[in-house]
Structure formats: C-alpha cells, structure tokens
Design a protein around this ligand. Structure first.
Ligand SMILES: Nc1ncnc2c1ncn2[C@@H]1O[C@H](COP(=O)(O)OP(=O)(O)O)[C@@H](O)[C@H]1O
Ligand SMILES: [Mg+2]
Length: 220
C-alpha cells in the first residue's frame, strides 16, 4: 500500500500541491486525471522522490519521504516521465540492462511497446528519435524492471493509434501481474481500464471513485 499524508509541495511562493491525503491499494489500477497545471506530474514526481515534498509518504508501512529516487526504485517504484529525458551516449539496450534480465527479455519488451528490436536495441537515446519513440522506450525501461508500483505520466502522448492499442494491452498485462498501476491520462480509453479514477484540480484531489461513477462526471 502506498499512502500519502498531508503531502504538499511548494516552489518559490507558489503552493503547487496543497496537502494531499490518499491511499493507493496494492494491485489496483489508478488513473489520475485533471486539467493542465492541476499538479498531476508534480504529485508523481513527489511520489518518486524527484521533488522533495513535505508530509508523509508511506510504502508498505515504511516512511519513504526522505528516501532518494534510487532507494524508492529499489523498493519497487518506477516512473515514466511525461517528457522523457535523453542521455547522450546511452543506448536503448543500456537502459534495459538496468532492469537485469537478458537479451530475449529486452527483445520481448521492445516488441511489446511496438518497437522492432533490431532497429532500436542499439540506437542511442538522442534527438534522432521521435517523441513517440522516446515515450515507448521509456515505457520499455520501466517494464524491464521488476517493479511493484508503476507511475506513468501521460504515456499515450505522441503515440499513434496502432501503438495506442498496444499500450492498452501493455497496461492490462501489467495490471494482471498484480502490480499497482498509476497512470496520468486524459484518455477515456485508459480511464475505462481504471479501478479508480482520481481527479485533481489546483493541487488537490477533488474526487476519486470507480470509473463507472467518476467517468460520467467528467467533461471529456
Ligand atoms: N519546477 C517548477 N517550478 C515552478 N512551477 C512549477 C514547477 N513544476 C510545476 N510547476 C507549476 O505547478 C503547476 C502544476 O504543474 P504540473 O504538475 O506539471 O501539472 P499537470 O501535470 O497536472 O499538468 C503548474 O502551475 C506549473 O506551472
Ligand atoms: Mg503533467
């Protein structure tokens, strides 16, 4: 279980997150939605330790708010950025190796995200890759790690319809393995997969409930 208590984040004079309380249950599929600027990416980054928030973050009974990104990753948390970062000189295979595994696994994971292994495994992560390709590579790198909680920030952005269908399959499979899935998304098709939809506004959670109850209340 991932629990947050009074989680707040401030930058300069601006209070970005307002003191959020929430409990993510193990194995459930959550979609966080809400308008641009609501604080979704900030919340994800606070959970992962990329931003230092105040309040408590409790993972399976252990307080982790003072732990680094690496420590949180070792505890089974993974994060895929809204805007993936490129690393000069790093190849796709280097990124996948971080998760352990072997060559066959790397190939299988790349195929899962709709990338032909022979074309991508040895590509460098630089600006010759399109935004959609980078998103899929980042997704592959999160999937290659044996994580318990996956946080994906707008994974569908820049991805075409064909791979969008694959993406849905990837998340269904991830969920079937009983991992906790937290996806930030505006897509109705992604929201329909959710056990729980969380709606954020002005740095707060204003609503959360089953897809059936929350979806009809959204203007999408
Ligand atoms: N590092 C930062 N410095 C200043 N303002 C930020 C920073 N990160 C986010 N913000 C602001 O915080 C608010 C929430 O941003 P964000 O979490 O990216 O929203 P969302 O992902 O819901 O679109 C926005 O008003 C944004 O401009
Ligand atoms: Mg965002």
């Amino acid at each position: 279980m991932l629990k947050i208590e009074n989680l707040a984040y401030k930058t300069g004079n601006e209070q970005i997150l307002q003191g959020i309380n929430y409990e993510f249950e193990n194995g459930k599929f959550y979609v966080i939605t809400g308008h641009n600027g609501a604080g979704k990416s900030t919340l994800a980054k606070c959970l992962m330790g990329l931003y230092k928030s105040s309040g408590k973050i409790i993972l399976n009974g252990e307080e982790i708010q003072d732990k680094s990104v690496d420590e949180r990753a070792n505890l089974g948390m993974g994060f895929a950025f809204q805007q993936p970062i490129t690393f000069k000189g790093i190849r796709v295979i280097d990124l996948l190796k971080v998760g352990g595994g072997d060559f066959n696994e790397y190939e299988a994971i790349l195929k899962k995200v709709g990338l032909e292994p022979k074309d991508y495994l040895f590509r460098e992560l630089n600006n010759t890759l399109s935004g959609g390709e980078l998103k899929r590579i980042e997704l592959a790198s999160v999937l290659s790690r044996k994580i318990e909680i996956g946080i994906f920030d707008e994974p569908e952005a820049g991805i075409d319809l064909w791979s969008f269908n694959n993406l849905i399959n990837v998340f269904s499979e991830f969920q079937n393995q009983n991992r906790t899935t937290i996806i930030i998304s505006h897509q109705e098709r992604v929201m329909k997969l959710a056990d729980i939809i969380i709606v954020m506004k002005d740095g707060q959670i204003i609503k959360s409930g089953s897809a059936k109850t929350v979806l009809p209340t959204l203007n999408i």
